[in-house]
Design a binder for this molecule. Structure first.
Ligand code: SF4
Length: 228
């Protein structure tokens, strides 16, 4: 995709949704970090259901440590991999308390040193908590970027590097949200809804679905861990 097309692509997504937000519910930076860790291989809806009561009780790492691993498990037992996630959340809370004064660091290396926090999670937190120009490439962003030609790559890191290079200034903080929402609701894995897509004329995907009910996308174009 050419530079002016990329600008137009984001301009249209931004016009439709000027203030894009994550669908995860949280009240402060620490709760955002916990919610993102819990959301690995789980849906935002499922995480929100579990964290509503948890976040009324727990707003800081110290309060999480006081709740303890067993107490946390009671809150999050409906979320996949909850045993491992509970262990990680308690361990990362202890590190935040011990090494960062109970605050969420604004530094990727410090974040990825926390248990359960990989590059994608760190990018979401840097963007959501600190307004950093980071691009957390999940399954939706990977698919949208490869289909459209916005930033093609064989791995999430390659796509992230492409986005770092290609996304124009005014859209760099919001890009990650716009792309996730676009992938989740329009450029879906199994059947992209090209017939109602606001960027259809800019998109380089060859197998566009231009009629509701028409043939679905090819499996190889869905991206890793494809979700409908
Ligand atoms: S035209 Fe289709 S494939 Fe391209 S971005 Fe829109 S929904 Fe996705």
């Amino acid at each position: 995709m050419k530079k002016d097309q990329i600008f137009e692509f984001f301009h249209r997504l931004a016009e439709a949704n000027p203030d894009p937000q994550t669908e995860l519910e949280y009240g402060n930076d620490y709760q955002l970090l916990v919610a993102v860790v819990l959301s690995a291989q789980s849906t935002d809806v499922g995480v929100n259901k579990a964290t509503r009561a948890l976040f009324r009780e727990v707003k800081t790492p110290a309060q999480m440590i006081a709740l303890g691993e067993d107490g946390l498990k009671q809150h999050i037992k409906t979320i996949g991999l909850f045993n491992a996630k509970a262990k990680n959340v308690i361990a990362l809370s202890e590190i935040l308390e011990r090494e960062h004064g109970g605050q969420v660091p604004a530094d990727r290396d410090a974040l990825t040193a926390l248990p359960g926090v990989g590059r994608k999670t760190a990018n979401v937190v840097l963007n959501g908590a600190h307004g950093a120009e980071t691009f957390a490439v999940d399954t939706h962003i990977f698919r949208v970027c490869n289909r459209t030609g916005l930033a093609r790559g064989k791995t999430p890191l390659a796509v992230e590097k492409g986005l770092e290079k290609n996304v124009p200034g005014p859209f760099r903080v919001g890009a990650h949200h716009w792309l996730i929402l676009h992938g989740r609701y329009i450029c879906k894995a199994r059947t992209p809804e090209c017939w109602r897509c606001p960027v259809v004329d800019l998109c380089g995907y060859k197998a566009k679905v231009m009629e509701r009910g028409a043939k679905s996308a090819k499996k190889k174009d869905m991206g890793p861990d494809a979700q409908a």
